[in-house]
Design a protein around this ligand. Sequence first.
Ligand code: HEC
Length: 154
Amino acid sequence: MKRVTFALALACSVSLSVDAMSGSQQASSSVNGEDAFLNRCSTCHTTDRALVAPRTKRGWEGVLAEMVNNGAQLEAAESEAILSFLTERHGLVNVNTANAEDLVALGVSKKDADTIVSYRTEHGPFADFAALRGVPGVDVDRLDALRTRVAFRD
Ligand code: HEC
């Protein structure tokens, strides 16, 4: 398994240097996150590999840092654009750190978002989905529909 990973990493660095030589880095004031993702995250593994699991924003930040360690070359603007793309399209919201605004963006009503945040402030972090669902007064059907986009840690 180790050897496979090593061979993969080697293959990557070769393809990356070819990329660099062809001068493909374009001025990037307005980078499209999806394009940058498709270009930058498909050289060492498929983009499917990058999308196996949705993550929180901090989770994706960690992945990008890890990929830079693996040898990915990302300009700051690209890295930011990719982060927004991944957070919006393959993101999870950590209900233990989210503010009311984040919860509304997730799809919870303003009233429920406020209820959830004040309940958490009073009772501490939610252990799991059942705990979140147990907040008195919240619309559980709506929460159930959002279940796959909710996380309890980063
Ligand atoms: C220079 C090579 C390289 C580039 C470019 C690269 N990766 Fe990776 N990536 C790796 C290696 C090596 C692994 C570990 C082997 C594997 O799991 O396939 C990996 C694994 C991953 C994983 C799985 C991590 C896990 O914990 O399971 C994700 C997610 C990922 N990459 C996302 C990305 C994203 C997003 C980008 C674009 C910003 C990217 N990768 C670009 C080399 C790269």
